[in-house]
Write a protein that binds this ligand. Structure first.
Ligand code: PXP
Length: 243
């Protein structure tokens, strides 16, 4: 079975820092520690209001992150300028409007196909891998493939919210979507609302997933278990699913 990477979204560390101003907790140190503890990627989502990760953080992180650096966000002019100057390994395009609390839907890749294609061409020409945040609709995934995206990131909120009631039902559409994306030669990432309860089942039952991006639950768990233990607990959930 192929491996699945854990990319840790460190937005929440920046949210905590910004609550007081200053540099505690230190976002760069947290990223380096996460890598030291076994994290295989660092994800950030700079938003126009800089309410968590600031554009300056992204430049600082670029200088020191040695694992996969993933920058996600809406492709505004400012965002594109940032990623083209930082050149992360991966850019994940999300359709968020600027003030939304957190990403809450995948792209309408049918409607936005021409817009996405233009941006994806531009980013790929600059050497970045591009992933697009998507729901599980197969027609939408066809449209995502036509944009030239290298990967999709499946928006897993619906899986997570249905998991307690029926894991089998909650995962069914995701299995079809991942298989369809792989058939169309796109890689499959997944993220949003993943946690220590629902992660293993997802990874075990969707062999196409090559990367998960996890923030809120992981950073919250770290309050109880510590960052080192927590990163290792999440990695264990992933690794044991693929053995
Ligand atoms: N993927 C995308 C596109 C996101 O916007 C977020 C939240 O910033 C995540 C993954 C991670 O979600 P969570 O914080 O619920 O783990």
């Amino acid at each position: 079975m192929t491996a699945c990477k854990l990319s840790v979204n460190i937005n929440k560390i920046a949210t905590l820092r910004n609550a007081r101003g200053g540099t505690i907790p230190n976002v760069v140190k947290a990223a380096l520690d996460i890598e030291r503890f076994g994290g295989e990627g660092i994800t950030v989502h700079p938003r126009p209001d800089e309410r968590h990760i600031r554009f300056r953080d992204v430049y600082e992180l670029k200088e020191c992150v040695t694992t996969e650096f993933n920058i996600e966000g809406y492709p505004s002019d400012d965002f594109l300028k940032l990623v083209e100057s930082v050149k992360p390994h991966q850019v994940t395009l999300v359709p968020d409007s600027p003030m939304v609390l957190t990403s809450n839907a995948g792209w309408d890749a049918i409607r936005e196909q021409a817009f996405l294609k233009k941006i994806i061409d531009r980013l790929k020409q600059n050497g970045m891998r591009v992933s697009v945040f998507m729901d599980t609709d197969l027609k939408q995934i066809d449209a995502a493939a036509a944009t030239g995206a290298d990967r999709i990131e499946l928006y897993t909120e619906r899986y997570a919210s249905g998991f307690e009631k029926s894991p089998q039902q909650a995962i069914a559409d995701y299995q079809k979507a991942a298989a369809h994306a792989a058939f169309l030669k796109m890689g499959v990432n997944a993220g949003h609302d993943l946690n220590l309860n629902n992660l293993n089942y997802l990874i075990k039952n969707i062999p196409q997933i090559v990367e998960v991006s996890i923030g809120h639950a992981l950073i919250s768990d770290a309050l109880y278990y510590g960052l080192q233990n927590t990163v290792q607990m999440y990695k264990h959930q992933i690794k044991s699913a693929r053995e």
